[in-house]
Design a protein around this ligand. Sequence first.
Ligand code: CA
Length: 221
Amino acid sequence: MRLLLVEDDPLLVEGLASQLEKAGFSVDVTGTAKAAIILGEQEDYRAGVLDLGLPDGNGLDVLRHWRSNNAHFPVLILTARGDWQDKVNGLKAGADDYLAKPFQAEELIARLHAIVRRSEGRGQSSLRAGRFELDENRQNLKLPDGSEHSLTGTEFRLLRCLMSRPGHVFSKEQLMEQLYNLNESPSDNIIEAYIRRLRKLVGAETITTRRGQGYLFHDAP
Ligand code: CA
């Protein structure tokens, strides 16, 4: 699940990016409003974290640009503590939630999961598809027989993507985009390798290949 982190404080970014990665996001980072506007409109993000005080502009303008250019991914803004006007203006500009600095990474991640869930029309922190249940907090998968399997980071991200839209065909490129950030350049056949591993877990009939198109997760195999 791709996430754009817009923050110009390198110390904050350093700690936060790795915690977001651990929580299952593939993170792109930028510290300028200009780059944030371009990335938000070009890339297929599932969530954004947006600092309002950027060196070359205001985060609210970035958000307005995104929203008026069909970039509708859920966005959490980072505000200064006690600045209620920032919060109000942020929500009016199209933010989905806000958090005042300083904050705990755990709270940020919990809030991000909540706004992503809402954007996907879900109320719970587990993702169900067919008789399978994916726990986003623990990153494990419950099989129809009730057994639970913990997943590696990449397995989790891939399965999360496929299970978020059962029956939908995801191309290899779309899956790569959600799994890896802009700085990573995995080899071409990495998706196939991970699909093979997941099939061992959920059964070959649950994740099928559409030749020349991509992969899909069946919710009623
Ligand atoms: Ca800042």
